[in-house]
Design a protein around this ligand. Structure first.
Ligand code: PAF
Length: 521
């Protein structure tokens, strides 16, 4: 592993393998299992490419207040180097103060973290701390220029703030949050745990225990007052000195009067000379992801893979509309006539089940139609059938029932607007008409159907878009709070990764770990 001390050394290391993505883990050193887990995550292959992993160790004076532990913060670069190499780091950037702050920490440009995210939690007792963090991280990012920045969910307020800083400044990188690593008694791993002496380690366990137990007992809608009082009582009984105990919205960090949406129950305490922070997330139901977009944008393939990656159930609502269309054709009814279609819905038993790959199988009145509904004939008529109010109503009801327990990712045209307007993560997945025509041709070729000329395909896709977006009932529309993802030129793996990253912006790993649960130290 390379030790880089100067800007020049960092630059020449950066230029060694410019084609590999660069993943960056900034730290203040005194590495522990939590940092190692970040490094291991950073070293994971993403969309088929093996990243380079860089760790920085820099104890940033700007983020310590008067009387805090800057002077005695543990420093042991040799050991940090060993632990980092063990966990897959290829280089360690350990700059002197003057490399990061050529004009001294007080001179030069500073970054102010967003004020609304600094009203509660740690910002209240550590004024200026997050401005110091934002300043040093921006300076580090400008030097390192990584593709991906990995941060622990342990410092949740820091993660929320840095995500915002990166977004607001339009920095071209992805921020990835990783679940807190916990040790014995669920104590969150932290460099400051080294300050705990003798029985203090045992005493400190009351912090995760109180948050976990009382958080788990808090039902959706439970008022914050009594919940916070109970946590305070537990911490006081353990002899911990409370800095704060708060219930806030997980992303805006605004105090909540009651448990609602994704809520953060967080506390900071002093135990001996250590200041410890911890939190739990309270979630009313497992997450729902809504993926909408026009026909042929490749939604099915990536949504199915996303569901498998996140441990969610895959719901292909387009297949449900196709199944109704198949049934209408089978009955010889006029697909354009709502009067003809409505009675057919009475005798329709549409069932969804999972195949071994996590894909969705569809049956109509006991017959498996999963392949038949993909025929060009069904494709040509599905928009017409799906535009009938009676069809929309019947299928939306069925979809909502399937979504009651959450833990699903649904794709369609109106998932984020009509079916699950309260979805936790909404994506509008699209591609240009010419790109979709090219993909449609490829798909037809692979499935042995005749392939019309590209121009014809483009015209029919454009027409379908027009029909889908202009119909009166549930038109194809991007939900206001959806993120648009244009997939032209992206590999399937890259789209799936982009979706995972969008999901993780909304749903922390600690709230929904996905398959396999959270790793422990
Ligand atoms: O979380 C930390 O260790 C620090 O706040 C960071 C992000 C390295 C900035 O100094």
């Amino acid at each position: 592993m390379r030790l880089l001390r100067t800007r020049a050394e960092l630059l020449s290391w950066r230029h060694l393998e410019p084609d590999r993505p660069l993943h960056f883990v900034p730290t203040m050193g005194a590495l522990h299992g939590g940092h190692q887990s970040l490094l291991r995550r950073a070293a994971e292959r993403l969309d088929g490419r093996r990243p380079r992993v860089l760790l920085s160790v820099f104890v940033n004076p700007l983020q310590f207040g008067a009387g805090e532990d800057f002077e005695r913060y543990p420093r042991d670069l040799e050991r940090d180097g060993q632990l980092a190499a063990e966990a897959g780091a290829e280089a360690l950037f350990a700059p002197e103060l003057s490399v990061i702050y050529p004009d001294g920490p007080e001179g030069g440009t500073r970054v102010l973290a967003p004020a609304p995210l600094q009203r509660e939690l740690c910002a209240r007792s550590r004024p200026g701390h997050f401005d110091g963090v934002a300043t040093v991280v921006c300076r580090l990012l400008a030097l390192v220029r990584p593709d991906r920045l990995l941060l622990g969910e342990k410092d949740w307020q820091q993660l929320v703030i840095l995500r915002r800083v990166v977004a607001d400044l339009g920095l071209p990188l992805t921020v990835q949050g990783c679940a807190t690593m916990r040790g014995e008694g669920d104590l969150a791993l932290s460099s400051r745990n080294r300050y705990l002496q003798g029985g203090e380690r045992q005493q400190a366990l009351a912090l995760p225990a109180a948050l976990r137990d009382l958080g788990a007992a808090a039902a959706p809608g439970a008022p914050a007052g009594p919940l916070l009082a109970l946590v305070r009582q537990r911490l006081q009984e353990a002899g911990l000195a409370i800095d704060y105990v708060q219930l806030t919205a997980a992303h805006t960090l605004r105090p909540l009067p009651r448990v609602e949406g994704l809520s953060l129950l967080a506390a900071a305490v002093h135990c001996g000379s250590a200041r410890l922070i911890d939190h739990v997330f309270l979630m009313p139901r497992p997450p729902i992801v809504a993926i909408d977009g026009p026909a042929g944008a490749g939604k099915s393939t990536v949504t199915r893979a996303l569901a498998a990656r996140l441990g969610l159930v895959y719901l292909d609502t387009g297949a449900m509309y196709r199944a109704v269309t198949w049934w209408v054709m089978r009955q010889g009814a006029d697909p354009a006539s709502a009067e003809a279609v409505a009675p057919l819905l009475q005798n329709l038993d549409l069932q969804l089940s999972r195949d071994a790959d996590g894909g969705q199988r569809v049956s109509v009145n006991g017959q498996d139609v999963s392949e038949a509904i993909r025929s060009p004939e069904v494709t040509a008529l599905v928009s017409q059938v799906a535009a009938h109010g009676c069809v929309r109503e019947a299928l939306t009801d069925q979809q909502r029932r399937l979504g009651e327990k959450g833990a699903l990712v649904a794709e369609g045209r109106d998932i984020g607007t009509a079916v699950f307007p309260d979805a936790d993560c909404k994506v509008f997945l699209t591609a240009t008409v010419s790109e979709r025509a090219r993909r449609r041709a490829e798909d037809l070729r692979q499935r042995g159907f005749a392939v019309p000329p590209l121009q014809e395909l483009e015209a029919s896709i454009a027409e379908r878009d027009r029909l889908d977006s202009s119909r009166e009932v549930a038109p194809l529309q991007q939900a206001e709070d959806a993120v648009e993802l244009i997939t032209d030129g992206l590999s399937i793996d890259a789209v799936i990764q982009a979706l995972v990253d969008l999901f993780r912006e909304k749903v922390p790993e600690e709230a929904w770990p996905g398959p396999g649960g959270q790793p422990r130290a």
